[in-house]
Design a binder for this molecule. Structure first.
Ligand code: CP
Length: 330
């Protein structure tokens, strides 16, 4: 189900006074990567760098003291949920965790708009993960406080794309000129939908490697093509591995298959191993939004090109930056 999107750049008029109302992103929802331009990214990543420095120097500080985040997760999460919690607590704020909606009034049939309108009475910002595409936009339509999309079905995962881009910049020193290969479940993987869209702000070449059943959706390919970004589809990684600068591996998302037999047909299609990676450049990186379920062998983890755990740490700084920005604190 796709729900009508809200105005992505709307500043929320109901927020309390006292913070820097003129700050970029103050009171804004973070719903889609489509709302960002180059200047926005530079600004967010500049703040993320400051957050990284502050965490290294002092650990925790009081920038968001007195502010409350609600983490509202209708789907499982380890990284997104815990990194937003860590981000808020590093900034001196606190968190209402609703990671198991079956123990909340959602289990009694409460609608998403009513849940949002209730939780915003107690918090200053809501991070939402939900199984339906468009749910974050729906929440933003009804909510008065900023909504941050932490993954809406197979739609988008904008904060993941921001941390992925930050990772590429930190690890490779640039984005322009890179060949970025996305591998695995490109149909259901919302992280690759968001990242491909965000990368259209740069001069990159995109390769999509997937089983026939899990190809990148046609609407995403059209959007990228409309921005004149070179892109090509493959079923074999061998065809593009040697020229790849960033290999972005994804999990086949078993939970999104309507037919379990289809999942069995494609599971284990690609496995990154040290032996396979002898064919790749020595200065490339391998990323993964995680969790992985066998698509990257643990034998590869000690290779310096394995960037996926560093990627998670970058996510903390990017999410600290986003919380500070939507709450008007920089
Ligand atoms: N990358 C990501 O979204 O991980 P989680 O599902 O653990 O939050």
């Amino acid at each position: 189900m796709t729900i009508q999107t809200a105005n992505l750049n709307q500043v929320n008029p109901y927020l309390p006074f006292g913070d820097r109302q003129d700050a970029p992103f103050y009171g804004k929802d973070i719903l889609s990567v489509k709302q960002f331009n180059h200047a926005d990214l530079n600004y967010i990543f500049g703040v993320a760098h400051e957050m990284q420095e502050m965490v290294r120097r002092v650990g925790t500080f009081d920038m968001l003291k007195g502010k409350i985040l609600t983490n509202l997760f209708y789907e499982p999460s380890t990284r997104t949920s815990s990194s937003f919690t860590a981000a808020m607590e590093r900034l001196g704020g606190s968190v209402i965790p609703i990671n198991e909606v079956r123990y909340s009034s959602v289990a009694k049939g409460e609608s998403l708009p009513d849940t949002i309108r209730s939780l915003e009475c107690y918090s200053d910002v809501i991070v939402l993960r939900h199984p339906e595409t468009g749910s974050a936009a729906l929440a933003a339509q009804y909510g008065r406080k900023p909504i941050i999309n932490a993954g809406d079905g197979t739609g988008e995962h904008p904060t993941q794309a921001l941390l992925d881009l930050f990772t590429i910049l930190e690890e490779m020193g640039r984005v322009n000129g890179l060949t970025i290969t996305m591998l695995g479940d490109l149909k259901y993987g919302r992280t690759v939908h968001s990242l491909a869209r965000l990368l259209t702000l740069y001069n990159v070449k995109l390769n999509y490697v997937s089983p026939e059943l899990l190809r990148m959706p046609a609407d995403v390919i059209k959007e990228i093509g409309d921005k004149l970004i070179p892109q090509a589809e493959y079923t074999s990684l061998d065809e593009v591995l040697a020229q790849t600068d960033v290999l972005y591996v994804t999990r086949v998302q078993k939970e999104r298959f309507e037919n379990p037999e289809d999942y069995e047909k494609v599971r284990g299609s690609y496995v990154i191993t040290p032996e396979l990676m002898t064919k790749a450049k020595s200065d490339m990186i391998v990323m993964h939004p995680l969790p992985r379920v066998g698509e990257i062998s643990m034998d590869f983890d000690d290779d310096p090109r394995a960037a996926y755990f560093r990627q998670m740490e970058y996510g903390l700084y990017v999410r600290m930056a986003l919380l500070a920005l939507v709450l008007g604190k920089t």
